[in-house]
Design a binder for this molecule. Structure first.
Ligand code: UTP
Length: 416
């Protein structure tokens, strides 16, 4: 069947005739682009996700337990040396790579442009977030006498801006040969009636499908195959927006190796039982990060015999995986979470509508939902003020202001 007829049939089947109307108004080139897009979208999947928004979430009987962790500050000198040695060997022999997830929309920060291009007002002249990350990796390269391959995940929406920015700034002195930029997947945005939104470019409006898309995007882009070819065994995956993120931590790596696990992660202590962060736990015997809204209040308050919160290890988006683990996960289907957001669109009269209230669903999978595919993981508790300075909100908590203070304080202390 020809592509056009197929597209029209799909639109009819899934009740998207507003797109058929648009199709009839477009010039030949735009029309072909839209037809191609329609033929690529999995309408069955997106309509199933939309239908689920109308159902109550099924509460399964889960057995939630706390998860064991090691505290970096409480490791003995001998333990630390043993872990560090194991980790160092991997890094020095070129078996380590870093992935930065930079495909987010950064809507809360409200910066025009990818988050990595945001300039944090430090030391008077400021530093771009990508520059801070590049400096962190360059320092590790020097320390371990190597060059770590650096993979940066972008979205279709911010890829060009990211590439142009990094080119213009000469990759902040990072050896370009060791940098690979790859794009993550997208999913259409759906309004409350189940209609797909139209973008200003007169296409179906899509947005990145969450940071859980990292695994399949690594595989589909060929990055995973390249890693294997290079002999890489361990891959660090972190967010773009923590300016104190330690992407190369030999202790964490050594612990994972010693414990013979395929994934490891770092946590910081939850500031108080009500802090809105996801915490590590075990669910039905498998590691998981449970969102604050999903953790029963009684459990959030529970303390162990040492007086510590039983569910107090907060996620800081600082994860480590074996290449095999990434490959395994990349073939699994992660669950999608929905977010009800404000998204502008073009209406049937061709006018742009900029909503004042949330109007549409965005579907995202989360990187940590993959932990459940494993029986065990290693968890290392680190000091918040040394490793966690997120840039999330425009103002208030986790904002450029708090991140600047934490960043400057940390580096001042390091220099003493
Ligand atoms: P957040 O969940 O904080 O989302 O992402 P965000 O897009 O940066 O910000 P808001 O919610 O719109 O304000 C955590 C990390 O995951 C990456 C982000 O770039 C950030 O490093 N991420 C998020 C992706 O790479 N892709 C996505 O689809 C979503």
């Amino acid at each position: 069947m020809d592509k056009e007829q197929n597209a029209i049939d799909i639109l009819k089947q899934y009740n998207q005739t507003h797109i058929t109307n648009l199709l009839n108004k477009l010039d030949e080139e735009k029309k072909q682009e839209l037809i191609d897009q329609i033929n690529k979208i999995d309408f069955h999947q997106i309509m199933e996700l939309y239908d689920n928004t109308k159902k109550n979430i099924e509460i399964k009987e889960n057995i939630i337990e706390s998860i064991p962790y090691l505290d970096k500050l409480k490791l003995s000198k001998e333990e630390k040396e043993e872990y560090d040695k194991l980790g160092k060997e991997i890094i020095q022999s070129g078996q380590y790579a870093v992935v930065t997830m930079a495909g987010g929309q950064g809507t809360r920060l409200g910066h025009t442009g990818p988050k990595g291009t945001f300039k944090l007002d430090v030391y008077g002249k400021g530093k771009y977030i990508f520059e801070i990350l590049a400096d962190n990796l360059k320092e590790a390269n020097e320390k371990y006498d190597t060059t770590i391959p650096w993979y940066i995940m972008t979205s279709k929406e911010n890829n060009k801006q990211t590439v142009d920015f990094l080119e213009k700034n000469n990759y902040f002195g990072y050896n370009k040969e060791y940098i690979t930029i790859f794009m993550q997947g997208e999913l259409p945005l759906v309004d409350t009636e189940g209609k797909l939104l139209i973008s200003k470019e007169l296409k179906i409006k899509e947005a990145s499908d969450g940071n859980g898309g990292t695994y399949s995007s690594l595989r589909e882009s060929g990055c995973l195959a390249e890693m294997k070819e290079k002999g890489i065994k361990w891959v660090f995956i972190g967010g773009v927006d923590n300016v104190l993120l330690k992407m190369v931590d030999v202790t964490l790596l050594g612990i994972a190796i010693k414990k013979q696990v395929q994934i490891a992660s770092k946590s910081v202590v939850k500031a108080n039982p009500k802090e809105k962060v996801g915490v590590f736990c075990k669910i039905n015997g498998h590691p998981k990060i449970i969102e604050y809204a999903e953790l029963p209040e009684k459990m959030a308050e529970e303390r162990d015999s040492q007086g510590e919160l039983k569910y107090g290890e907060s996620n800081i988006m600082c994860h480590l995986f074996t290449v095999e683990a990434i490959e395994k996960i990349s073939k699994e289907t992660l669950i999608y979470h929905r977010a009800f957001k404000k998204n502008s669109y073009i209406d049937e009269t061709g006018k742009e509508v900029i909503p004042q209230e949330p109007n549409s669903f965005k579907f995202e999978s989360f990187i940590f939902d993959a932990f459940e595919f494993f029986d065990d993981m290693a968890l290392l508790r680190v000091k918040r003020e040394e490793e966690f300075a997120p840039v999330k909100n425009k103002e208030g908590a986790d904002s450029p202001k708090t991140a600047k203070d934490l960043y400057e304080k940390y580096w001042k202390k390091m220099k003493i």
